[in-house]
Design a protein around this ligand. Structure first.
Ligand code: ACO
Length: 154
């Protein structure tokens, strides 16, 4: 598997991470995409967005369903951390729904620290309720990593 930039992210993976086409259309043109390739096949990808001064966000990340929970997401997150650090960003952020307990655990394992809640984010910006793990995905949990201080576990 090789992770490298691509100009042709897979639409189904974008929508797997974020079911709102309007939301994806908002940030996709401003983001850079990196994908995990097996041969010519993309098995995972993430979008990196320069949000505020010195700050980048992994705004969308997904792995092909049949290849999930095999370490590809962790490899993509580590790649994003390395990329953001090399590019001189000081802070790397990520956010996900409060019902996404597995995703939150993964981000924390990679060194991100919870820093806040964007209350009712999904009720405000999504047309209908999102149900995940039997729970309404209502608030966005915000996590971040200070790239100058924290080195993720290898
Ligand atoms: N349920 C439970 N645990 C999960 C889940 C889940 N749905 N997703 C990730 N995890 C956690 C678990 O701790 C798991 O460890 P385990 O298998 O030992 O229990 C670990 O993450 C798996 O780590 P990886 O194999 O490295 O991650 P993976 O390749 O599966 O990629 C990702 C993680 C990107 C979340 C993938 O599962 C996925 O594409 N999910 C659907 C789309 C999605 O939710 N994207 C993130 C939305 S937030 C955003 O885009 C900023």
């Amino acid at each position: 598997m090789e992770i490298r930039p691509t100009h042709t992210p897979l639409r189904e993976l974008l929508l797997l991470a974020d079911e709102s086409e309007a939301s994806v259309a908002d940030y996709l043109p401003r983001s850079r995409c990196y994908a995990a390739f097996e041969g010519k096949t993309i098995v995972g990808q993430y979008l990196l967005l320069h949000t505020r001064p010195f700050t980048a966000e992994i705004i969308n990340i997904a792995v092909t369903s049949s290849r999930q929970r095999q370490g590809i997401g962790t490899a993509l997150l580590r790649h994003a951390i390395g990329t953001a650090r090399v590019e001189g960003f000081r802070m790397l952020e990520i956010g996900t729904g409060d019902s996404g307990t597995g995703q939150i655990a993964l981000y924390e394992r990679c060194g991100f620290v919870r820093c806040g809640i964007d209350r009712d984010y999904f009720r405000r910006h999504y047309p209908s309720p999102i149900i995940e793990n039997g729970l309404e995905c209502r608030h966005m949990v915000r996590l971040r990593m200070d790239l100058h201080e924290i080195r993720p576990a290898e």
